[in-house]
Write a protein that binds this ligand. Sequence first.
Ligand code: NAP
Length: 248
Amino acid sequence: MGSMSGKNAVVTGGSRGIGRAICLELARRGANVVFSYAGNTAAADKTLEELKALGVEARAIQGNVADPAAAKALIDTAVKELGGIHILVNNAGITRDGLAMAMKEDDFDAVIETNLKGAFLCMKAAIRPMMKARYGRIVNMSSVVALRGNPGQVNYCASKAGLIGMTKSLAKEMGARGITVNAVAPGYISTDMTAALPDAARQAMLSTIPVGRAGSPEDVAAAVAFLASEEAGYITGQVLSVDGGMGM
Ligand code: NAP
């Protein structure tokens, strides 16, 4: 039996990339996992199979995290079908890059709605059952660029910096109720999101990483799993960089 045996986790954007690695790591530690995805059913089915093969209860729920009804339905799945929610990982995120002077309002709104409001809606739905149980672990997926900024990403950086403010505020609201709220700030991680970068940009980025390599989704998942563990109960309101030293 793993150390998370008997715990139920909800992971947004769990079908691919970092979210998928988080789902698998939590399941390896014994947690049951409900994850959401936007529309890539083939990827979601594959992740679901991998989770079930680890012997835990698993559910894949298609839905937009920025839709209040979908966010509530996601959390309700864990509460009603698995008997509660102990861990929430707000991982779902998108980019719509462009220089500010040319950025369309729709692209600004889509990124804030998905990355920031989506996390708020899931947290809002999860807090009540966590408060009842007097136990909860919430981990929000920020980014190294939240603190440093990045040209072409005013929308994305604003959403990721907003997540840090939200993390600290909720940590203060929930500290006395057994619920911790932390953020993880990955650097350059090899996933579909970064695969689109041109080679020159990739090389430039790699040269700024002291550890000398891109991160893997598993590097991030290990940090999330620690913050989501019972043992991390005295850590709250923190931002843990998982960036090979890139943000120093
Ligand atoms: P990814 O490979 O593009 O995967 C994104 C995941 O989010 C997919 O499962 C996707 O579902 C889901 N998703 C997207 N929009 C959604 C929505 N509206 N509702 C529900 N699910 C949605 O991304 P990633 O690289 O793993 O990134 C995961 C998180 O880490 C993001 O928050 C990202 O900003 C953050 N991050 C990534 C890096 C990096 O270098 N990769 C660095 C710092 C932070 P579908 O499969 O259905 O599309």
